[in-house]
Design a protein around this ligand. Structure first.
Ligand code: ATP
Ligand code: MG
Length: 368
């Protein structure tokens, strides 16, 4: 008899619609586990949300590292309830703690045009793009770069006032995110990698990044590499988003591109993301791009697809690419207007959160 590997997943629904979309994410993971024979064990945690903060005066218990640090992944909903706690307190007290402690140095965001979701972008001839025609993965460096706290103010309050903030790039930090991006590009049919910098304006750190891209490209002769300046790249994203496959950038540029790319493919309710520690020394975290959406929370109408798709990314990371692909196909089946599946109000329908979750799970069971 063989013993099945069981992956332990820490489930943290968080605030607002996080608690409404999470059950649907779990429903679909369960269906995938059954269909593909994947061992998943879910542990639920009630911290990282405002009710916990209200009881304890902090977002996380003191022993949070011990409680979730041994899990294989963290499946997260959303955090933030500005009416009760300022966003910087809820965010710094939870997600950013995880990111730092678990060295999640890759932020990954897929942007794929799905059926029945209108892209705000049309082709130059005015026609819309077909589903799947835009299909890119944004890889953002998540721990260093422009978001450093090195710097400060001098001569404050005088005419000579001077403010400086340093960008920090280390070979370790740059190479590890580039390696991840090259490996990812290699695993995809197009094997195409785009890197964004601004080496003509930021003339010390950005040329260094470019240099490391060229050095690493030598080890990946099968990957086609393009290097762009960030300004022209954003224009290309709008004019010909179908041209991109894997796109890698520093913390700041990656931050901007990872909002721009999902915007090119429609609604925020369906976009997934991952914060990865690719070496698997610590758990990686999977969450929808959207926040807690207080404006629609409690009504059962949030779109659960961002959460469901994030679950697919989690299975891919745990080694189940086939299960990932099947979940994405099941989402496409439900979204395809030809099938008349349920749609939440953000996609122009009248369905409820659970209707969509059930429909995706059914499509998955029936072999999408
Ligand atoms: P963050 O918490 O990341 O700072 P935010 O608070 O600016 O994000 P969201 O909470 O994502 O933004 O909400 C932005 C808008 O999108 C709101 O109007 C919200 O109702 C809508 N929205 C977000 N997620 C969903 C979803 N899953 N389904 C439907 N509408 C959504
Ligand atoms: Mg918010």
């Amino acid at each position: 008899m063989t013993t099945q590997r069981v992956h332990r997943i820490a489930v943290i629904p968080g605030d607002g619609i996080g608690t409404e979309v999470m059950p649907e994410g779990l429903r679909v993971l369960q269906a995938a586990a059954e269909r593909f024979g994947i061992g998943l064990a879910f542990d639920h945690f009630d911290f990282a949300c405002w009710p916990y903060y209200e009881r304890h005066g902090q977002m996380l218990p003191d022993d949070w590292r011990e409680r979730i640090g041994g899990h294989d992944a963290i499946f997260f909903g959303a955090v933030g309830w500005p009416a009760k706690i300022p966003d910087h307190v809820s965010l710094w007290g939870s997600l950013l703690q995880f990111r730092r402690a678990f060295d999640q140095y890759v932020n990954l965001r897929p942007a794929r045009l799905m059926p029945g979701v209108r892209s705000p972008l049309v082709r130059r001839d005015g026609t819309p793009r077909a589903p799947g025609e835009i299909d890119m993965l944004i890889v953002r460096e998540n721990t260093e770069g422009e978001y450093s706290s090195i710097g400060g103010r001098m001569f404050e309050g005088t005419e000579r006032e001077l403010v400086v903030q340093e960008t920090v790039m280390t070979r370790h930090g740059v190479d590890r995110v580039l390696r991840y991006a090259f490996e990812l590009a290699r695993s995809r049919p197009r094997k195409h990698l785009t890197s964004a910098t601004k080496s003509n304006g930021i003339a010390i750190t950005m040329p260094y990044w470019d240099e490391r891209v060229r050095a690493m490209a030598a080890a990946y002769p099968d990957v086609q590499v393009d290097q762009y300046h960030i300004d022209i790249l954003t224009a290309h994203f709008v004019q010909r988003p179908e041209a991109f496959d894997v796109v890698v950038a520093s913390n700041l540029f990656g931050d901007i591109l990872s909002d721009l790319a999902p915007a090119c493919t429609g609604t925020i309710g369906i976009a997934p993301s991952a914060n990865l520690n690719p070496e698997r020394r610590y758990p990686s975290l999977f969450e929808p791009v959207h926040g807690s959406a207080p404006d629609i929370a409690g009504r059962g109408i949030a779109n659960p697809i961002g959460q469901i798709w994030s679950g697919a990314l989690m299975l891919d990371f745990l080694g189940y690419r086939q299960a990932h692909d099947a979940i994405v196909r099941a989402i496409e089946v439900v979204l395809d207007p030809a099938n008349g599946g349920p749609r939440t109000p953000d996609l122009g329908g009248h369905a409820r959160t659970a209707d969509v979750g059930r429909a995706v799970a059914d499509a998955l069971r029936h072999g999408a």
